[in-house]
Design a protein around this ligand. Structure first.
Ligand code: ADP
Ligand code: MG
Length: 684
């Protein structure tokens, strides 16, 4: 066996057929196979006397077959085999459905271990379709059995066997990526022990030891990887900047900045004047004014002769930044350009030329800023807005455009501290914990269908007062199909227009629209030409329409709390009293508790903590969102202590060997590169 990347089909005992089944659970290589961890475990270690089998629970007993099995056909072409087994304590009646072979393979006087759910009274117990095996070649009982997450066509038995083969095949291959001294210092077991016992624990103690090591390893690798990414940039010189009197900028603003905004700007300017590239996250709740912080830094960079790039996750948002910032900067004679996927070829050429010649001071855009032909004369500052939507890789891709430019990321998603530590482990953080003065709390209500008439009346009333309304349309798929975003939004808007609000001006916005169409719809809404904007969650981030005072979210139960909080942040941006109404049919207690978190507080951080508690970290930590390796064993809601330990171990190691160039760290470095899907050189 060459290495852990070996295709599972070549592993002894697996073959083509099983390899196909394994592919269905995402396992194609040996590494993936042994890394396919159980979701839980079944304790089959204890043998009970029949009379003491715990009722209604899965458990084992040893019993002798007392009479020949009897078989018969039952309705629907099914078959049934029954037998009676006994031990000193009592009688066990066993029934097998559709296992006709049992009739001829089992005989009076034979002793077996039975594992199944026992029902019935102590004197007369029953089991249906139990697992059974001879005591002398015990494989399925008498031990702690792994329970794997399954999918159609893949059974526990098959997976258990495949993992067994995999572990046997890689006994010699598993290298310990943890340096010996780290392993010893933190009292972690050997890697072979860990893999063996996470799958087939010798005891619950052994399982805990194994799990502890794997969790530690996972968090350690993640921290090392992020630190390496960060370190890579600390060695180099950043675009040189000297202090500038910022009053030149502040004095043209229509409002004084908040303390918190000033602090974030000071942090960033401090970074930029230090000679090294800045790596800063600016985290602030929706509406806290992050754009102005970005603008101040862009202005500062421009005073120092540097170009800036500002990247937004959607066209709408990029356009909005462009519309806000170009007049502001025009006052200083600075040039701002917009570059998105829908920028026309001719316009695009002009922008590219302006950037390459250094005539453009700020380029606002979407992913389009990342394409290869975009070259800057002297890119000094890169800002990504709503960073959680971009992966770390994208962030560094933009960073590569210049000569180690200063990087700033803006995020409105308040991430619980634990997650923040990991996701943003490579960044310094400024928090804007203050809203501009005069902001009012958005009153939030969770309602159900019974409230519909009143809700419609309320919408009319708001519009009657000259305000505007967002409605996030319901996302109901038909049966198994995912909801069709376009259809859902369009049909809902039509229905509202025809049946509910014929007198109001309703527009629709969804992700499948061409960027130009979206822009036109948004522009009309901003200009007050439409009353109600029906949309999918494309409006989730950033969009600023101060006259909008009501946000209605249909099917609120389908959204994450943080996402709802973001949606709510679309209103309450002007001087008018604003409302958020969450329509939900989920009458369960958890459903209600979830939405209550939103009606109770406007504090994004509290909501995020609540979200994490209710949903678990999985949703927060999707690969999709950050481009970081996912966590398979670590559970951030309860492995905090280990996280601290792993992080300090990682920092200590990198302090001693900042690039992991020591020969003894070769495996560690290789594994990190693999996890972050980079080649090892990329980490140098
Ligand atoms: P976010 O942090 O959600 O990106 P924005 O930067 O879009 O918030 O700002 C929200 C609104 O608040 C904008 O209309 C902006 O002009 C306004 N704003 C920002 N800073 C201040 C301030 N210090 N005083 C008053 N209004 C402000
Ligand atoms: Mg914003």
């Amino acid at each position: 066996m060459a290495d852990l990347q070996t295709d599972v089909r070549y592993i002894k005992g697996i073959g083509e057929q099983r390899a196909k089944a394994l592919a269905r659970v995402g396992v194609t290589t040996l590494r993936e196979l042994i890394g396919y961890f159980p979701r839980s475990y079944e304790d089959r270690t204890r043998l009970y006397p029949i009379a003491q089998l715990p009722e209604g629970e899965e458990a084992c007993c040893v019993a002798m077959i007392a009479a020949e099995p009897v078989g018969r056909r039952i309705t629907g072409g099914r078959s049934m085999v029954r037998l009676r087994a006994v031990d000193e304590s009592g009688v066990l009646d066993v029934t097998f459905f559709n296992q006709e072979y049992r009739k001829s393979s089992l005989h009076t006087g034979e002793t077996y271990i039975f594992y199944g759910k026992a029902e019935g009274t102590a004197r007369r117990r029953q089991m249906v379709n139990p697992l059974m095996e001879r005591q002398e070649n015990q494989r399925l009982t008498g031990r702690i059995m792994p329970v794997y997450p399954l999918t159609h066509g893949v059974s526990q038995l098959m997976l258990g066997q495949a993992v067994r083969q995999g572990l046997d095949a890689c006994r010699e291959l598993l290298e310990d990526v943890l340096p010996d001294h780290v392993r010893q210092q933190h009292k972690l077991c050997y890697v072979n022990f860990a893999y063996e016992n996470i799958h087939f624990p010798a005891s619950f103690e052994a399982l805990e030891v194994a799990r502890r090591r794997l969790v530690f390893e996972e968090l350690f690798l993640l921290t090392c990887g992020l630190q390496l990414l960060r370190h890579r940039r600390q060695d180099v010189a950043g675009p040189a900047c000297h202090a500038v009197d910022m009053d030149g900028f502040y004095s043209v603003l229509p409002f004084p900045l908040t303390e918190a905004q000033r602090r974030a700007i000071d942090d960033a300017i401090g970074d930029m004047t230090r000679g090294r590239p800045m790596n800063r996250l600016v985290q602030g709740d929706v509406g806290s004014g992050k754009t102005m912080v970005a603008a101040a830094c862009i202005w500062f960079a421009a005073q120092n002769g540097w170009q800036s790039a500002l990247m937004a996750p959607t066209e709408i948002l990029a356009r909005q930044h462009y519309d806000n910032l170009s007049p502001l900067f025009a006052a200083f004679g600075l040039h701002v350009a917009l570059l998105t996927g829908s920028t026309k070829a001719r316009e695009r050429r002009a922008v590219l030329e302006g950037l390459a010649l250094g005539q453009i001071d700020l380029c606002v855009g979407t992913h389009a800023l990342l394409t290869e032909d975009v070259q800057y004369a002297r890119l000094g500052l890169v800002i990504t807005d709503e960073q959680h939507r971009f992966g770390v890789n994208q962030r560094s891709a933009l960073g590569k455009k210049g000569d180690d430019p200063h990087l700033m990321v803006l995020s409105a998603t308040p991430i619980p501290r634990t997650l923040g530590l990991i996701i943003y482990g490579d960044l310094d953080v400024s928090i804007i914990d203050q809203l501009p003065p005069g902001r009012q709390k958005v009153d939030t209500f969770a309602v159900d269908e019974r409230y519909r008439q009143r809700l419609n009346g309320f919408i009319r009333k708001q519009v009657g007062e000259g305000r505007q309304v967002f409605i996030v349309c319901p996302l109901v798929g038909d049966g198994d199909n995912l909801p069709d975003e376009r259809k859902a939004a369009t049909e809902y808007a039509e229905r509202l227009q025809n049946e509910v609000f014929p007198e109001l001006r309703i527009a629709v916005l969804h992700g499948k629209m061409k960027p130009k169409e979206k822009d036109a719809v948004m522009a009309a809404f901003v200009a007050g030409e439409t009353d109600i904007l029906v949309s999918t969650t494309v409006i989730e981030v950033g969009v600023d329409v101060p006259n909008a005072t009501l946000m209605v979210v249909e099917n609120a139960e389908l959204f994450g709390l943080s996402q709802l909080h973001q949606l709510r942040g679309r209103v309450g941006r002007g001087s008018h009293k604003s409302y958020c109404i969450l329509v939900s049919q989920d009458a369960t207690d958890t459903g209600k508790a979830r939405l209550k978190a939103l009606t109770d507080t406007n504090d994004g951080f509290k909501i995020a903590e609540e979200d994490l508690k209710l949903r678990g970290p999985g949703d927060f930590f999707g690969q999709r969102q950050h481009g970081l390796p996912g966590l398979k064993v670590a559970d951030l809601s309860c492995d905090m202590r280990l996280l601290d330990e792993a992080q300090s171990a990682a920092r200590a190691l990198l302090k001693a060997d900042p690039t992991l160039s020591d020969l003894s760290h070769r495996k560690l470095k290789g594994r990190i590169a693999e996890l972050f899907t980079m080649n090892a050189e990329a980490l140098n």
